[in-house]
Design a protein around this ligand. Structure first.
Ligand code: SF4
Ligand code: SF4
Length: 548
């Protein structure tokens, strides 16, 4: 006889299920679900049978508590197909917050393990975690071999936080760990890497090894506490959820846990940085279940992605708490990899149907599985982690070079020096853009094309070059009165400069100053080159997208 002592603790929850089916398919007008989300369960969506959604699972659990029928291989396979994503909870109205099917699945798996129904693969993972400190059976001494000069991070006395890399980013998705390190270094954030960083044990919890998980949790918390650094940052959503949520009942420390996105959102509020994609991209965000539904972090990654200029951010129909799982969770990626990939492919199609070109996530499991599930014909479609896209698009400080030979007037030299001091005014432009600046003594001179002085600004990869005289082939020519320049060079920020610039263009005055310009290329081409953003900030162009 199998003892279901853990599952029995939740008999009330099992009895409450009204069998309405909103957790499996809420696509009809008759639905009682909180929101019109069709097909919330990613597993049922692929496998089709009702046994795989929450209603089916709860019914089966009810039967096994009543009849205690024989456990066979088929039953074990079924028990490990739930990704524990929690999507069904969101559409269930039976109780406040919905019936917690992942909690029931956890309890059932715990009973299976306690009754010695253990899968060979799970046992191997358990052994690997205890012997090699990772679930991938990789040598523990090679954990951080991919990080250049890693020793300096082991003993960083100035560290303000611990960067907890995790097993998946150490042995599989090293690209995310490297992008995170590059980003933190660029932001001059001092961090410590724990040389003998432990496995968080998340997979053991999902497989039902509660006792082993507890011993790992207690020892891990103790180990981190000994570092005497309160703040721990996780680029991995799985490790983060495990420390923040699953360890909570064992945690007596005052350690503070942050997902990388939460930490960066706070950091950029105090320290604004610019981000820009070189070519225009349509991006969307996939909510990892560990980070979203299980830990409630929805806004931080979105707020970070909205910082990236030259991108259009869109939401998928199934997003935030209603997001579809990528298919990797609950141990499904290791127990049933083909099922995991089928779920990922469906999720990718949701993004592809909206012509998304970059699908961003914030979890190495999601990134791996979504990448594995990219349809063959989606050649331009990319899955990236948020650390990667931020690290790639962050604007480095621009350099400037001002040449003075041949400058005729003092005001021209002052203007060139000013622009050399604030090269960020040109940060939106693509490398190679070239614009003329022509200065006029009066509006009559402008009409008679009598230029007082001129220079041009070339945008290079790393900064700008300011050269006296007009360019051979400028993208556009700005005409400015010297009165306008006298006021412009007193501004101290890019946005103040743009606002004043717009005022002189929109409300020109013979006495206060005026600005005009001549475009040498089509508006769309100029917008593609980055001129549109500045014009939009200056109020010259209403909306870059509309102008297209
Ligand atoms: S789990 Fe909730 S949504 Fe699903 S059948 Fe039961 S009551 Fe309905
Ligand atoms: S937790 Fe996710 S996979 Fe499991 S039954 Fe609910 S919706 Fe389906």
């Amino acid at each position: 006889m199998v003892k279901y002592s853990e599952l029995e603790k939740h008999t009330d929850l099992i009895q409450i299920c009204a069998k309405c089916g909103d957790c499996g398919s809420s696509g009809t007008q008759l639905t009682t679900a909180k929101r019109h989300v069709s097909e919330p369960c990613p597993v049922k969506n692929v496998l089709g049978f009702e046994a795989y959604d929450a209603r089916g699972r709860i019914l089966i659990m009810k039967r096994i508590l009543e009849n205690n029928f024989k456990i066979d291989k088929k039953f074990l396979d079924w028990a490990y197909t739930c990704t524990e994503c929690g999507s069904c909870r969101e559409t269930c109205l039976a109780i406040e917050g919905g019936i917690d099917t992942p909690l029931l699945v956890d309890a059932l798996r715990e009973d299976l393990v306690n009754n010695n129904y253990r899968l060979e693969k799970h046992e191997q993972i358990l052994e690997s975690i205890f012997e090699k400190n990772n679930p991938y059976n990789e040598p523990s001494e090679e954990r951080f071999g991919f990080i250049e000069n890693v020793e300096k991070y082991y003993q960083n006395e100035n560290a303000e936080c611990i960067l907890y890399i995790g097993c998946t980013e150490s042995y599989r998705q090293q690209n995310i760990a490297l992008a995170t390190i590059e980003l933190l270094n660029h932001l001059e954030i001092e961090f410590l890497i724990v040389k003998d960083e432990p496995c968080c044990g998340s997979i053991l919890k999902r497989y039902g090894y509660k006792n082993e998980f507890r011993s790992i949790a207690e020892s891990n918390l103790k180990q981190l506490e000994e570092k005497n650094i309160k703040k721990v940052i996780f680029p991995c959503a799985g490790c983060y959820r495990t420390y923040k949520i699953d360890y909570e009942q064992y945690n007596n420390t005052d350690l503070e846990f942050y997902h990388l996105t939460e930490f960066l959102e706070d950091f950029f509020k105090e320290n604004p940085y610019g981000f820009k994609s070189q070519t225009h991209k349509k991006i969307s965000y996939h909510d990892p279940c560990h980070l979203g539904r299980h830990a409630g972090v929805y806004e931080a990654p979105r707020n970070l992605l909205r910082l990236i200029e030259n991108t259009t951010f869109i939401e998928l129909d199934a997003s935030r708490n209603f997001s579809h799982c990528c298919g990797a969770g609950g141990g499904v990626k290791s127990s049933n990899p083909e099922l995991a990939i089928d779920m990922a492919e469906r999720r990718n199609y949701e993004a592809l149907d909206k012509s998304v070109s970059i699908f961003v996530t914030a979890c190495p499991f999601c990134e791996r599985n979504l990448k594995d599930g990219i349809p063959e014909d989606a050649k331009e479609f990319k899955i990236v982690d948020i650390a990667e896209i931020l690290s790639e698009t962050i604007q480095k400080e621009l350099s400037s070079e001002v040449q003075s030979f041949g400058v005729k007037s003092k005001i021209c030299q002052q203007y060139m020096d000013y622009l050399g001091q604030y090269p960020e005014i040109f940060s939106d432009l693509v490398s190679g853009s070239d614009m003329d600046f022509a200065i006029y003594e009066s509006f009559d001179d402008f009409e008679e094309e009598k230029i007082m002085d001129a220079f041009h600004v070339i945008r290079k990869n790393e900064g700008i070059e300011i050269i006296p005289g007009k360019a051979d082939e400028a993208d556009l020519e700005l005409a400015l009165s010297k009165e306008a320049i006298e006021k412009l060079i007193k501004t101290k920020t890019k946005s103040d400069y743009a606002t004043l610039f717009g005022n002189f263009y929109n409300e020109p005055s013979f006495t206060e100053g005026w600005i005009d310009f001549l475009l040498h290329k089509r508006t769309k081409t100029l917008i593609d080159m980055g001129y549109g953003k500045f014009a939009e900030t200056a109020g010259i162009l209403e909306d870059e997208e509309d102008a297209l």
